[in-house]
Design a protein around this ligand. Sequence first.
Ligand SMILES: [Fe+2]
Length: 377
Amino acid sequence: MQVVNASQILPGMVLAEDVKTKSGQVIMDKGTVLNERLIARLDFYSISSITIESSEPSEPQVTEQPKAPDPEPQPSQQKFLEAGRASYSQKIQRSSKFRSFQVSYTRCVLNTKESFNQIKNGQYPGSSALLSSSLNVINEFHLNAMDLFDMLQNMRVVDDAIYAHCVNVACIVRVFGKWMKYDKERINLLTLAGLLHDIGKTMIPSSILDKQEKLTDAEYQICQMHTYYGYDLLKNLPVPKEVLSAAKSHHELCDGSGYPDHLKSDDIDDITLMVGVADIYDAMTAARSYRAPICPFTVIKHFEDAGLQKYRADILMTFLSHIAGTHLHNRVLLSDGSQATIMMLNEKKLSRPLVQFDDGKVLDLSYDRSLDIIQML
Ligand SMILES: [Fe+2]
């Protein structure tokens, strides 16, 4: 253990003790691996020193590397890049940690593809084998929720989109299960349900799945069949019933407006509902070959607009408040091109936090509706 002054704190250091404010409120847990955003949070709370586990900082998680292949900047990032600084997304993509993560992640996606093919041939690889081969990426990197979401959002998948999406949803619900305070066994069940939820999509023609234009009604109906196909692929295998239910019902909504069976709240189990929320979150925030990741605050707004009648309140609010919380003290781009820092969340309107501009001016977006957060920087 070693005490480090605020000015010497570096990304990669691991907290040996909880960090508390002067009033005794814990703001960071023991065992947390620090990154740039967390260090900013320590600064925000005027923490003068911390106790870390080792004197040698591990490899920085988000650092600029001298010459890495730069992804194409998105138009909205251009202004910021022209100012001579890389965006947050660019910093992640340039980090050596991200590149190692990419290698491990790609292996997990390929393993998942192999496992799905086995299942389609009527062979079940076993729940623990599935979890370990497809989710090595989580165990290997020991990422906290914030870093994991950052990495997944920046992973650009051109091929194998179904398998990558299933790996992403499994990773997301695993974190989600911890937020819901589930025990280890239930978290594993939830993770498996996330991994297998869209296996039925492997039965849908790629001409429909990969279609860039809007689907016709007939094509949309075929696409919706993936829930039945998934159920059929798994029903005769020794998979837990919750996994079977998630494959069939992850598009159901609490008010009965979902599909395929228009189930209502009481007939949908929590694991299926959580997989459904993670499914939408990943579909919207993951990078695609044709677009940059959608801003998490836009996705939070999507859920808020959909209303609580479509989701179970405890599940949705746990998810959204943690997602919003991981972006506290993040720099953001607003719809008028200005930049600011997220300073405080509004519990009743998580998509519209309080932000502060560089000149010190503070704006509560829950009152001022003229500006939106359009990108994390
Ligand atoms: Fe689906």
